[in-house]
Design a protein. Structure first.
Length: 171
């Protein structure tokens, strides 16, 4: 089991409030590992355990830099390269959000990007965080891409995008 408490602190520092830890993120979200270790008072081995064992692949470690792969709310857009996603991606949410989403499409709300899952099972578990009654929406990515919607790869299982208009969603 990885250290959930440390993982949550890392998410807070690398996604939401780096300034509280005296960290600076570059335009792709990277920050020096040494700075994060100093800020959290943990060893490199502890950090590596979390990066390796995080079931959702939340973090990325590259030599002397570390970043969150998704989930950001920091002001200042985290830049990612667009990619080609699977033909279907899924978004799990509370049923109570259905009317609003089917009117306005999927919006990032408090984060920088809308988060999409590669499997319905994963979307269901994401949706369960929001309520008992889960709605899993399917995104038709080829149609959205043809209309100019860009998809950014968070990791193997999470894709990001700025907005999915309702016409590319179905239940
Ligand atoms: C909803 C977790 C009304 C949207 C997960 C969602 C994910 C709308 C909520 C990652 C809407 C935002 C992100 C609209 C979207 N009207 N509601 N037009 N458009 N929404 O938590 O996708 O464990 O910011 O459906 O696994 O739930 O933290 O996004 O319910 O990958 O690593 O607004 O966070 O990962 O909620 O979750 P969130 P999310 P971690």
């Amino acid at each position: 089991m990885h250290d959930v408490r440390l993982s949550k602190k890392m998410s807070h520092a690398l996604r939401h409030a780096p300034w509280l830890y005296e960290l600076e993120l570059d335009e792709a979200g990277w920050t020096p590992v040494a700075d994060l270790l100093a800020a959290l008072g943990v060893s490199r081995a502890q950090l590596e355990d979390v990066v390796r064992d995080s079931p959702k692949q939340r973090f990325e470690l590259a030599d002397d830099r570390v970043r969150a792969r998704y989930g950001h709310s920091v002001p200042g857009r985290i830049v990612r390269a667009p990619g080609t996603p699977p033909a279907e991606l899924y978004h799990g949410t509370a049923e109570s959000a259905a009317a609003s989403i089917l009117r306005d499409g999927l919006r990032p709300m408090r984060r920088q990007y809308v988060h999409l899952s590669v499997t319905t099972a994963m979307a269901e578990s994401v949706g369960r965080r929001k309520g008992e009654r889960v709605l899993v929406l399917t995104v038709n990515t080829p149609a959205a891409r043809a209309a100019g919607v860009e998809f950014l790869r968070g990791n193997e299982i999470v894709w990001l995008t700025e907005h999915v208009p309702a016409e590319f969603l179905h239940g």
